[in-house]
Design a protein around this ligand. Sequence first.
Ligand code: NIG
Ligand code: FE
Length: 414
Amino acid sequence: MRTLITNAEQIFTVDTKGKNFKRGKQHSELHSICDSAIVIENGSVKDIITNITAAKMDSDVRIDARNCIVLPGLIECHTHAAYSGTRANEFLMRLKGASYEEIAQSGGGITSTMKAVRHSSFEELTKLLEPRISHFIEQGVTTLEIKSGYGLSFYDEIKQLQVINHFRTHSPIEIIPTFLGAHTYPPEFKNDHKGYLNMIINEMLPYIIKNKLAEHLDVFCELTAFTSEETDLIFNKAKKLGYQLRLHSEQFNNVGGIDVALKHKALSVDHLEVLKEEDIPKFAKSETVGVILPGASFFLDCPFAPARKLIDNNGIVALSTDYNPGSSHIPNILLIMQIAALKMKMSIEEIISAVTINAAKALGINDKTGSIEIGKQADFAIFEAKDISEIIYNIGININRFTMKKGETVFKRN
Ligand code: NIG
Ligand code: FE
């Protein structure tokens, strides 16, 4: 089976010369090629040839990308999309001056979504998640990470992971489940943190990896959630069991999460809104990706993470929506890219690297996707545009025309 993508205005390969991530100034190097076509065989990129050669080549499917630009499929590396209920009431409370942390401390926040998820069946959660996944696919997303973390009991965390796993076989794109049982302490363990930690470490972690429900583990290291010592305990056990580690850290307070994540060589540290100046250079010496979530800053009206400084100091930066009902009710990766340009002064080139190859690195899948290189998966977002600037200029407009996963068209706008 051979598919050709021909006649694109430009192809942005985000080539890394085999390194599979971009650091510092490399974020700006997208490698654009003109007058070229992509040859896809067996779901992978077989070759990049001239349009003239492609015109004479046999193929089973031919995609005419005239007036379009071709990018690697977008990688959405951080979402909490498998939720039920609404937090619109909390949004209104915040508009009147209450803070996210105050709402969390008074029993709302993550706990309020936990209650909704505990009351929802597998079928109800599945029904809610399906259109959310489609919405990402329509924007050019070819890999989507979804965390648990709203069950916060053995039964309900497993239920949430089963819902996410359902879409590994019932979605045309790759879905990556992440276990976030350590999102916050559930009310029944409010005065027994040790009890909940033990349950995570001795029951949930072994069960989940044994049953292949998740291979990624995340923790929320924060004053209202888990301490750095507790994070360290969870990471130690998770690493022994073979999990890949990620961390929510420095969202509201600095409680030592960064050093624990870097010590364990976590795939990523996410949020970083209050990252301290002296911690920025640490990223230059590590391969841990700083995942920036400007949707949370925008939605909570909080400071933006120092993405510019992280890049200027030779760090590796990815971007994501953090889509969830409480802190970033924004399922729109294109809007996130636009906010990154406007509010964090990232260039369009840096932004594209951040939602492709570096987001793939934050998930540990950068050897197979995230850039258009021979041998990699044929995952593409094909935007109706003559120039990449149109991606950030068209605020709130989805200019994605085709989404392709492993060489198959999984979304087409007519
Ligand atoms: O990444 N910060 C922790 N977790 C989520 C918010 C979850 C929620 O408020 O429901 C986040 O922002
Ligand atoms: Fe998050």
